[in-house]
Design a protein around this ligand. Sequence first.
Ligand SMILES: CC(C)(COP(=O)(O)OP(=O)(O)OC[C@H]1O[C@@H](n2cnc3c(N)ncnc32)[C@H](O)[C@@H]1OP(=O)(O)O)[C@@H](O)C(=O)NCCC(=O)NCCS
Length: 167
Amino acid sequence: MLIRVEIPIDAPGIDALLRRAFNRVDEAQLIHDLREDGQLTLGAVATDDEGQIIGYVAFSPVSVAGEDRQWVGLAPLAVDERWRGQGIGRQLVYDGLDSLNEFGYGAVVVLGDPALYARLGFEPALRYGLSCRWPDCETRFQVHRLADDALEGVSGRVEYAEHFNRF
Ligand SMILES: CC(C)(COP(=O)(O)OP(=O)(O)OC[C@H]1O[C@@H](n2cnc3c(N)ncnc32)[C@H](O)[C@@H]1OP(=O)(O)O)[C@@H](O)C(=O)NCCC(=O)NCCS
């Protein structure tokens, strides 16, 4: 298994994985649209020994209270069903966070299961006065700081790229 940054020829494999993992087309379409619009900050794939794509994570820009703070949102994260429970999801997220840290990004937000993301170092965003547009935000919206001072004096509504408004 190898984890690396996505390249253009990965697109069909990523599309197929996302459709399988989520049992619908929405996440695959989201990635397609973000990529087309140049709004994918970082995409990382996990591949098996034959080079098939078995895992994927993407990060795209978000604003905080209308300002660009060099923060990104993590979505989606997916691992092929046959490969789950082996730490691939964790490795994809950690590799992504490492790269974003090196590139100088301040923080990463995610809307997802706290049981999963707390294990990966995310904290409730509500703790920092951060909110999002979705109704289950209070319990499911989380943040992971990259820079030590990234969360200081920052609060308000976090907005993702417009393509997320379909959810
Ligand atoms: C969620 C998903 C990406 C996890 O991938 P994975 O490779 O099986 O995850 P890992 O093996 O790296 O697990 C990482 C940690 O999260 C935990 N975890 C994994 N899936 C979890 C889940 N659904 N709920 C709660 N905790 C979970 C694991 O127990 C592990 O913690 P531990 O090491 O402390 O035991 C995978 O199940 C998936 O693709 N699901 C369908 C798509 C999806 O729901 N994505 C998330 C959208 S926000």
